[in-house]
Design a protein around this ligand. Sequence first.
Ligand code: SF4
Length: 387
Amino acid sequence: MSAASRNRFFIIKRILLAVIAAIFILAAFFAFRIFSRNLSGALSGDRSFPEQLKTALYWSSAGSGKVQCWLCPRQCLIPRGGRGFCRARKNIQGKLYCLTYGQPVAIHLDPIEKKPFFHVYPGTRSFSIASAGCNLRCKFCQNWEISQLDPESVKVDFVLPEEIVRQAKLSGARTIAFTYTEPTVFYEYMLDVAKLATIEGIPCVMHSAGFINPEPLRQLAPYLTAADIDLKGFSEKYYSSFCEGSLKNVLESLKILKEKGVWLEVTNLIIPSANDSDQDIRSLCSWVKDNLGPDTPLHFSRFFPMYKLADLSPTPLKTLLKAGQIARDAGLHYVYVGNIQEDAGEDTFCAVCGKLLIKRAGYTVLEDNIVEGKCKYCGAKIPGVWN
Ligand code: SF4
């Protein structure tokens, strides 16, 4: 081989080596990009990657890439890339995912009286969690800043159910509460937390609007010790115009929880000129007594101007006191009137001897005369879940 040929051979060899090296460097660069993108997605809980999301329960394919959600009575038909009415469930590539799994926007240690539960472990703390989103549109929502958000618009840390249970235990909470917003929109998360908490011996409680389909509610019920359900009014007209919901579904949920042995308390927020007629209140009380029993605690709550009803006045004291009287006349034994300065509105009295059992001031229990679930004075069994 001549010297010129040898030179050409070496030049071609070097070019080939350079090309191979360039291809290798480029391949390594892209591999690193893909790896780091997935890693950061995993670490930050970035929900733009389907693999970081939890597949939803209760849905089916509806053809042409659409899915139908069966979790709540809306039964949203969701096109590819779209999300449900609650904003918390999204169709990604023809599958339904929940955007709220592991994404608590609120974690607080609250008095259980704040939920409100008055017949469940009085004077104890409840480890309380919520996510963004809601499947109703109540014009008077107290938590609208989080309930009416797209879940991914709030930057929160990903928290596994195991971590919620671990933190609850560390905090000394007696219970874990699903509350603040509507727990139905973080159903899968709630279910996983509740299952783990049950194994660890921590009772779970839920404050909900009860706007959920029967099957998912039945699946959840064995892991709930107690539920406080907002019975927002007692007419379909009220539910549809003030909440975009429906009364009949809520009544069905209440009956299911009762049938499943979940301790029930009911809350009714009375709004002037909206749901405050004597007739509505009487019908609500009679329904509670006939279907859930006279021992079901009923909480009347005072409305304050809020959100889309900022122009209304607070509920007059006399309306609340009258509601309390209507409930007692209807035969309910445990009636509470909240958010008022009246002394005895939130105290518990024995339905048999009439003596004071629990004295409360705000969320604080000042006196508790229930011993092993019985009235200290007459020995009558007091319905509830006691310490
Ligand atoms: S849970 Fe959400 S997506 Fe499912 S039906 Fe209800 S509003 Fe629609």
